[in-house]
Design a protein around this ligand. Sequence first.
Ligand code: NI
Length: 200
Amino acid sequence: MCPAGAALRPMATKLKLVSLDDPVLRQQTKKIRTVDADLLRLIDEMFEAMYEFRGVGLAAPQIGLSLRLAVIHVPEMDPIALINPEVVHREGFRIVDEGCLSVPGWRGEVKRSVTVTVKALNREGKQIKLTAKDNLLAEAFEHETDHLDGMLYIGRLNSPEKLWKLPPEEELEEEVEETEPEPPPKRRRPKAQAHDPERK
Ligand code: NI
């Protein structure tokens, strides 16, 4: 997930976001068997990439890896690495507007749970259980575990109309710079809109 109006900067990270039509975004991910030094290095790289992409969450499929792994860092909370996360409890629902690093320039309205509990391994390989209620973290738990089940938020829109393009000033700097003179602003949809986005 990432905040509205987040701007990309020149990248130091070697990780790249896959495009929205990459099949890896719609696959069930593989469970991680061993928490070892390589995995911890990958987790660190994912955090680094997430900060550069100005996201608050990043799931492995978004960088082309079909692994059950996600990182989350919601403002004013501790960073969280989730290895093999599963949502084990949801309660209530609320309507939120959401964005996704994999669907840049768009936001949409989705129904999410009020309370979300995830079970996962932490970077020490220990089982953890985390509960978030009525906040961005709860949203991120569902959004990122959805990614690991091959689901993007655009697949959970309240209705097809509940997806909107951000005004140009809120778009990513790079995208704006690269944009050739555009046809008159119309509501356009991402190519793979039939499926599912992560910006917050
Ligand atoms: Ni996302």
